[in-house]
Design a protein around this ligand. Sequence first.
Ligand code: NAP
Length: 291
Amino acid sequence: MPASLTASTRVVGVIGDPVRHSLSPLLHNAAFAAMRLDWASVAFPVPAGEVGPALAGMRALGVEGLSVTMPHKQAALAGVDHTSETATRLGAINTIVRRNGQLVGENTDGAGFLDAVHTAGCDPVGWRCLILGAGGAARAIVVALAGAGAAEVVVVNRTPTRAEQAAALAGAVGRVGSADEVDRADLVVHATPLGMLGVSPASRAGEQGPTSDQLPLDPARLGPGQLVVDLVYHPRDTPLLKAARDRGAMVQDGVGMLVHQAAHALAFWTGEKPPVAAMMAAVDSAPRLRA
Ligand code: NAP
């Protein structure tokens, strides 16, 4: 964020509901400061069903770009002028870019996930991957891993039909599986809210929401030679990551993907290379994640 906001400051933001807890403005503003850009990022609370008016406002006010979070990732896709091939395939966007007065929808979750894995010194080419979950984040990762040359992308999910839909996105290397086969995976990705602090909504009518101590699999099946990634980042060191580390597996928390998907969005908006280290440092010092 610039030292002072002026009439020439360019504005981006994040839309969602709830959104006041979002780390996106912190990440974006840390990047703008390090890039010495007169840009600023803010959170825009937008209730479900209000994406259309929000995007009309974006156009009218000249907002340069938006991050899009729950519950708008699907609805926003219908409100932009163009979508990237990945976003079209996923049926969801997490980033809107203004290009020549038109709004372009992108999905940077998969690319951000791969970048995070690469920074851990890993490359999923030829890997057997097991994804727990079949929601928006899981689907983006399924597509990214298949595109990156994984040998197998196995989807495990509570609702079988959603598992089938997600696995199909990986083409020939995708299939539905069970958590019992986790011991033969090189990469295990947890993409459900289990283990998350604070937000534990019931996702199906009449059902109790997840609790922060729940594990999505039997940790006794994890061991050395595996990389376990948990997309949950509050807390950063989740019960799954603790259990995986105790069993000798390599672990990565959800902040890696969070930072790298935001870096892709910033590159789209500004046309410049984002300062990932400065963004990572901003998250490291965020009071919400230091608990
Ligand atoms: P989503 O689209 O709502 O999908 C949620 C997934 O979790 C679905 O597969 C759902 O299964 C499953 N699930 C929900 N409650 C469950 C329970 N009690 N037991 C077992 N499975 C359950 O959410 P999303 O956007 O994919 O996000 C998933 C997680 O990733 C969240 O924790 C989110 O915060 C995190 N995330 C992190 C990043 C990052 O950058 N680190 C980015 C995006 C998301 P059903 O299909 O059966 O409902």
